[in-house]
Design a binder for this molecule. Sequence first.
Ligand SMILES: [Zn+2]
Length: 371
Amino acid sequence: MPAITEDAIRELAAFRGEEAPVTSCYLNVDGRHHTRREEYEQELDHLVRGAKPRANGTHSVASDLRRITEFVRGGIDRSTTRGLAIFSCTAHDFWEVVLLPVPVRNKVVIQSAPAVSQLERLVNEFNRFGVLLADRQRARMFVFEMGELTDHSERLDELPRDYDARGEKDQGDKHAHVEALASQHLRQAAAAAFDLFRSGGFEHFTIGCPDPIAHELESNLHPYLRERLAPRVGVQPSASLEQIRQAVIDLELEVDRLEEAEQVDRLRAAVATSQRGVAGLPGVLAALSEHRVQSLLVSDGFSQPGWRCEACHLLTTVGRNCPACQGEMAQVEDAVEEALDDALRQSCAVRVCVGNADLDVLGRIGALLRY
Ligand SMILES: [Zn+2]
């Protein structure tokens, strides 16, 4: 599965359904949320039932919905996939499936072009992991992004050696020589990891190594890397690519949960003290309209109808007269989704939280504010 890139998203977004509209379907198949496949299949049935009236009898859209259902019922490899994004326009024989290593918000959109805002959000949000695996002789270096590992081990050979082995060898102190070589090797590995980080290679960092050398390897890391250090992965340089990938996926989940809990805690504290925090949809929409939102937290599956002003584009939970300009407002099917799109356009960070009871209590949506 190729990682989804900004270029790939732009290409998708450029498609236009001239003959018939495009059906975009996002489906959360995350194993943490839906342990049985029947659960996400039911979610899809629900989405499709809701979308059928919007097809307006268009043959192409009806066929899109059938094809999407058949694809999902054909089975998904959930060891690697937690979210699906499917784009279909039968009239143009257009069909794209993006398998995502992260969960998505369930949604079917029928419009003239693929609805790519969720994909954009994921690409913007998804942090890359630098992975350094080392033992006393070997080292390997990877970057993990959107479920894929890229090998950067060549960097380990590019740095100049800082230890000249020849002198020691002549002295015949074999043990000291082996120790010095191993220490040099770990310094090299740490330096190569920092080199990759400095060239913009990743945001999070983890190491995998045998316990006895963990302290030495960590102490060789540049302070910038040490402060980014996530818990260690339980794999070593001899592991297979698939073992490494699975270990990093598990770690990413753990880090993601920690970050999510930390952000919801911050939100709760901010709301409690009325300082730079707002909870509930009406408050979030007001903050968005004032461009005060720094990051937005929303519970997976939260959806609520609302209103959008046709003149000044203000988004609110109650209509039909715009409180800002007194203009006419039009009803929108899902004000939450529109709020996320607005947030994206304002370059806010957006996090979709799955099964976070604390956020649910706060009204299923909240925002940390810039001021
Ligand atoms: Zn208005």
